[in-house]
Design a protein around this ligand. Structure first.
Ligand SMILES: *Cc1c(COP(=O)(O)O)cnc(C)c1O
Length: 399
């Protein structure tokens, strides 16, 4: 957990350190429901093809939720592998004692990094022969096999072997004795597009390309090489996209990657962003609020000041566009969001006071606000909203 405890006993000025005594829910914080993550993983797994494994993607500190809580909950829910973006993220998970296979989704090109990867029992994503040879050498000098996943590019144009080269080089790679190929995978670029189920869509073409490539190479069935393609949006497209494993991020956190109208989601958001009211004031009609006075009230207005702002990762472009929930009712945020604070119009409330907790993201009663709503309002995507929250917001596990 991100709760900071200051263990420094010998402060130079001998002043006592109070940092550890600050209640993490005193100002603004993120509550994370491990149970929601666990339930989402279970639900998602129930929709998978038989024997298909679930890799929980926990990069970027578990999409801002706290990678430790997310990883442990996902494993409880049935995830058998984890995916991270960087070497450091993987090492951190190992330091928590997590022992399932972990795939580094980013590219490690330096020998030193690949060696660190090996020593921490992490699997690199390999996209070139050069890296295969480095991995093989590392395996050889340790008298072991270095477990890796090979990646092919089927249309994302990011990481991965070029398809034709991969087919030509696969037998060579297979012959390297000190690497163990644990997976062959590719990544979808457009799986969240409306037409993804159309046989001519880019997503279907990517799948076809991937299948063709798999047909052209000679995979030893006994080696248990996991074939994988789908992210959250790809998984929803159906069992044709599941292969031996899916790599799921967004859905596991409780959000549909594709917004389905009139359909109740079986997923539960795991993140609740909350902030306390630190000050209340009433202003007369015609008075402006916040920097630039861009909002001018048209009635006598009661304002709540919340101690949360863009330095916590609340995108300033959302100023005046969002609402907050208190006691199952919505209240509009008004004026520019400032670095550390924001104002909320609470004129219609008689129960909000200093010390009240307002909900920015999450659900309460019938009211729900999701990162998808925020993303729509500021030309972003829910993924970006979730990983914009800063470390200044403590993460608190609630169950
Ligand atoms: C981030 C990532 C995922 C997960 O994507 P979601 O859309 O959040 O499910 C899967 N695969 C790769 C390679 C990724 O980088």
């Amino acid at each position: 957990m991100q709760i900071i405890l200051n263990n420094k006993k010998n402060n130079l000025d001998n002043s006592p350190s109070f940092e550890g005594e600050i209640d993490p829910t005193q100002r603004a914080w993120i509550e994370v429901s491990g149970k929601a993550i666990e339930a989402n993983v279970r639900q998602l797994i129930s929709k998978l093809k038989n024997n298909c494994e679930f890799m929980a993607v926990v990069k970027a500190d578990g999409y801002g939720h706290d990678a430790k809580v997310v990883s442990e909950s996902a494993i409880k829910g049935g995830a058998s592998q984890l995916g991270v973006a960087t070497l450091k993220e993987g090492i951190k998970l190992r330091s928590f004692g997590i022992n399932v296979p972990i795939l580094v989704l980013g590219n490690l090109y330096a020998k030193k990094d690949l060696l660190t990867c090996f020593r921490n029992d992490l699997m690199p994503t390999v996209s070139t022969i050069r890296e295969c040879l480095i991995c093989n050498n590392i395996g050889k000098s340790n008298d072991l096999k270095f477990s890796i996943h090979l990646k092919v590019d089927t249309g994302m144009s990011r990481l991965g072997f070029d398809c034709i080269q991969f087919v030509q080089q696969f037998d060579n790679i297979k012959s390297l004795e000190n690497i163990a190929i644990k997976g062959i995978y590719s990544h979808l670029a457009c799986a969240d597009e409306d037409n993804a189920l159309n046989p001519k869509s880019r997503t279907q073409l990517q799948r076809k390309k991937f299948l063709e490539l798999l047909n052209l190479i000679n995979i030893d069935k006994k080696k248990n090489i996991k074939i994988h393609l789908a992210n959250s949006a790809g998984m929803i497209l159906g069992k044709d996209f599941h292969f031996d494993m899916v790599r799921v991020g967004l859905s596991m956190y409780g959000y549909e990657p594709v917004v389905k109208i009139n359909e109740q989601s079986f997923l539960k958001p795991a993140l609740f962003l909350k902030a306390k009211v630190t000050f209340v004031r009433t202003i007369e009609k015609g008075i402006g609020v916040s920097y630039g006075n861009k909002f001018v009230c048209d009635r006598k207005t009661k304002l709540a000041v919340l101690s949360i702002g863009y330095a916590d990762g609340i995108i300033r472009n959302l100023s005046g566009k969002i609402s907050l929930i208190y006691n199952k009712k919505l209240y509009p945020q008004v004026g520019s969001i400032t670095m550390d604070q924001m104002m909320v119009d609470i004129t219609d409330s008689d129960d909000i006071k200093v010390g009240s907790t307002m909900l920015l993201l999450g659900y309460q009663g019938k009211e729900a606000i999701s990162p998808i709503d925020w993303a729509d309002k500021c030309n972003s995507i829910p993924w970006e909203i979730l990983c914009s929250f800063k470390n200044r917001l403590p993460r608190v596990q609630v169950d």
